[in-house]
Design a protein around this ligand. Structure first.
Ligand code: NAD
Ligand code: UFG
Length: 337
């Protein structure tokens, strides 16, 4: 299939590009490089062994996007492009609604014009809000407590409405839990600008000596060791979930929601210990106050993806940490920034 990945040069998009290209799909990357660089494209070429076509463009540029869809005879789109930092979304909500919601509207218009009706959307477990029960299944009520989460909810609702029209859209909404790790080659991975907000990249930089210690945001939650619990999923497993969703959409029309998680939660301190083991480095940490807006614990009910998509996460926490460490060592060596 000819598949366009918006935001395909980013962290999850680049790993998905590898999985799709290795399965024989024709992949086209579409990115404005607001949170990625052309270096990634060269490294993708090394991994895949051939060049991937890419278009530099913004998803809000409907004409450019339509042109890209037509030129490359695109049959399906995976929509990764967007802004994703929760804290930043509180400070700059307009930028988030513009990029994420307007970006999705522009994409739908371009797809409609170009006659492409198959779409996989990157959503987030953040749309479940405060757990009313755990694990989160796809029927759990949705709500959002920050502008980033609200953009995801708005887009989900919009896509659901579009999928109900008579135009035979095929839309899969994938709710990611906590993607971590990197490609086994150590050539691509997540490289947040400045000080990382998320746990794993922060821990990786402490292990490499670039940051002095981790701050554990709260050790008084009602979890086994008092620290926050999340469902971490290897980014390559997550990438394979997109392949499974695209295969599924060949047969099904309409709107379909799937959790992509492992179903298993790990605490912050379990992550610290696993990373110490993988890196063979100490991770000094200090307990700090809770971070505003954080939930104590949540994890996925992944059964729907298993039974309907025939997909499940396979990689262990050790593999997540080991691949992350391999990538971090490469970053430290080459001082890529
Ligand atoms: P990322 O920032 O690494 O990748 C996003 C890519 O989109 C970047 O290459 C960026 O340059 C590009 N982009 C941003 N705005 C654009 C625009 N207007 N036009 C064209 N390109 C644009 O992020 P990621 O971690 O790969 O996340 C991908 C998607 O998954 C996002 O939609 C994010 O909200 C969602 N998601 C991520 C996580 C996570 O923890 N990483 C969790 C849940 C959901
Ligand atoms: N944490 C620390 N210290 C840090 C960073 C994080 O103790 O320096 C803790 C947090 O308090 C939390 C856990 O580590 O308990 C995980 O935090 P992350 O920031 O890595 O991830 P979140 O679960 O808070 O959020 C992430 C993304 C969201 C997304 C959500 C679900 O940032 O955008 O996963 O996909 F919505």
């Amino acid at each position: 299939m000819n598949i366009l990945l918006t935001g395909g040069v980013g962290y999850i998009g680049s790993h998905t590009a590898v999985v799709l290209a290795e399965t024989g799909h024709e992949v086209v990357l579409y990115d404005n490089f607001s949170n990625s660089s052309t270096d990634v494209i060269h490294r993708l070429t090394t991994i895949i062994g051939s060049d991937l076509p890419f278009v530099q463009g913004d998803v809000r540029d409907t004409a450019r996007l339509t042109h890209a869809l037509r030129t490359h005879h695109i049959e399906a789109v995976v929509h990764f492009a967007g802004l994703k930092a929760v804290g930043e979304s509180v400070i700059q909500p307009i930028a988030y609604y513009d990029n994420n919601v307007n970006g999705a509207i522009s994409l739908l218009q371009a797809m409609q014009t170009a006659g492409a009706r198959t779409l996989v959307f990157s959503s987030s477990a953040t749309v479940y809000g405060d757990p009313q029960y755990l694990p989160f299944d796809e029927a759990h009520p949705t709500s959002a407590i920050n502008p980033y989460g609200r953009t995801k909810l708005h887009i989900e609702q919009m896509l659901c409405d579009v999928a109900r029209t008579a135009d035979h859209w095929r839309i899969a909404c994938l709710r990611y839990f906590n993607p971590v790790g990197a490609h086994e080659s150590g050539l691509i991975g997540e490289n947040p600008k400045g000080i990382p907000n998320n746990l794993m990249p922060y821990v990786a930089r402490v292990a490499s000596g670039q940051l002095p210690h981790l701050e554990v945001f709260g050790a008084d939650y009602s979890t086994a060791d008092g620290t926050g619990v999340r469902d971490y999923i290897h980014v390559v497993d997550l990438a394979k979930g997109h392949l499974a969703a695209l295969d599924f959409l060949r047969k099904e029309i309409g709107w379909h929601v799937f959790n992509l998680g492992t179903g298993r939660g790990y605490s912050v301190l379990e992550i610290v210990r696993a990373f110490e083991l993988a890196s063979n480095r100490p991770i000094p940490y200090r307990v700090a106050p809770r971070r505003m807006g954080d939930l104590a614990a949540y994890y996925a009910e992944p059964n729907r993806a298993k039974t309907v998509l025939n997909w499940q996460a396979e990689r262990t926490l050790q593999e997540m940490c080991a691949s992350m460490w391999r990538w971090q060592e490469r970053l430290s060596r080459t001082a890529v920034d």
